[in-house]
Design a binder for this molecule. Structure first.
Ligand code: PHE
Length: 336
């Protein structure tokens, strides 16, 4: 029986066969079990001898079964590991990722420059009162300059803010006479027909500095610093006299054309200059309405359009690209 069992076990090549043989020899109705069960009919002398032989045979069969069993387990583990092997040298699959929108990116860059110059960031509501949007900025009712900015009115006294300048007044009222150095980014609204250079909604960044002895030269130096960080060391600015009811004197600021470096091209209409923002010394009446004494302090303010800064920075010819969310346009800024 032993020889037969061992012979059969040698030929086993899968776990199922192994189990069948275990049952055949060692199971409840197995051959060996049968023999050991028949020992009751043996004499007292024969019993221990046959019992001993039976146990030896059982042990031998079990040993071989265990060996086989372990071999099968090892082979199975081996196979699984081989199937799970990963080739770490294969190039990965590129996953489509989002990117910061170019307008947010440019706004962040502008903010970074001014934060680097010691400015804090202030915010105000997009739905604004006539008082903050116009009145406190030295634009009384029926002032002709109100037409400069066609407004979306909600009620007679409430409108969508047409610029970020109302945040100037809100900040002054909050700061209660203390020196101010803030920028105010945000959305603004004007009743324009949308085209390549106009949008009913766009983004501005306002700047306001108030304190003792703030001068026009401080404004000019600040703007030069900003422009050179934004467009490169070679960038220059020029100030042209202008008019805003809330600044006196007022100026419009041009930067040397980023396309041709000031030599003249289509982008700057051969002038070498591109207009980027409006600015000036805070009007004494505006300081007063903000709770500051024009005899004690002075200030400068500026306001720029984020879209315009971005158009110039990237040489984009149509502002509508910023709003239509075409992946082909937006994805170009993911790597910049
Ligand atoms: N608020 C002005 C505009 O929207 C810009 C400006 C801001 C001008 C601050 C002067 C000072 O056109």
């Amino acid at each position: 029986l032993r020889a037969e069992a061992l012979q059969e076990l040698q030929q086993v090549d899968n776990p199922q066969q192994l189990n069948d043989l275990r049952v055949k020899y060692l199971g409840k109705k197995g051959a060996l079990t049968e023999i050991l069960r028949g020992m009751g009919g043996l004499s007292a002398e024969e019993r221990p001898i046959i019992g001993q032989v039976g146990n030896d045979v059982r042990a031998a069969i079990e040993t071989v079964i265990d060996e086989k069993q372990n071999a099968f387990l090892a082979a199975e583990t081996e196979n699984r590991l081989r199937a799970e092997t990963i080739d770490v040298t294969l190039p990965g699959k590129a996953l489509p990722t989002g990117a910061v929108h170019p307008l947010n990116k440019v706004a962040q860059e502008i903010e970074d420059v001014f934060v680097g110059l010691g400015y804090s960031i202030a915010e105000g509501p997009e739905v604004e009162t006539d008082y903050f949007n116009f009145e406190a900025l030295n634009l009384p009712k029926n002032h002709p300059a109100r037409d400069m900015q066609d407004s979306f009115y909600i009620t007679e006294d409430i409108l969508m803010r047409t610029h970020t300048s109302p945040v100037q007044v809100r900040t002054m009222q909050q700061m209660n006479g203390k020196p101010i150095k803030v920028i105010c980014p945000g959305k603004v609204y004007r009743r324009d027909d949308d085209d390549a250079t106009h949008s009913f909604q766009f983004n501005q960044i306002e700047g306001l500095v108030v304190g003792p002895n703030i001068r026009m030269s401080d404004l000019k130096g600040t703007l030069l610093q900003f422009v050179q960080q934004m467009y490169g060391e070679q960038a220059q600015i020029r100030l042209r006299p202008s008019f805003f009811p809330f600044t006196e004197p007022s100026a419009e600021v041009d930067v040397t054309c980023v396309q041709c470096g000031g030599h003249g091209c289509r982008m700057c209409k051969q002038t070498g200059w591109l207009e980027i923002l409006g600015c000036g010394m805070v009007h004494p009446r505006v300081l007063e309405m903000g709770g500051y004494d024009p005899a004690e302090v002075s200030g400068f303010a500026f306001g720029m359009g984020v879209e315009r800064i971005a158009l110039l920075k990237y040489g984009i010819d149509d502002i509508r690209h910023f709003y239509t969310n075409d992946q082909r346009f937006l994805s170009q800024f993911a790597r910049m």
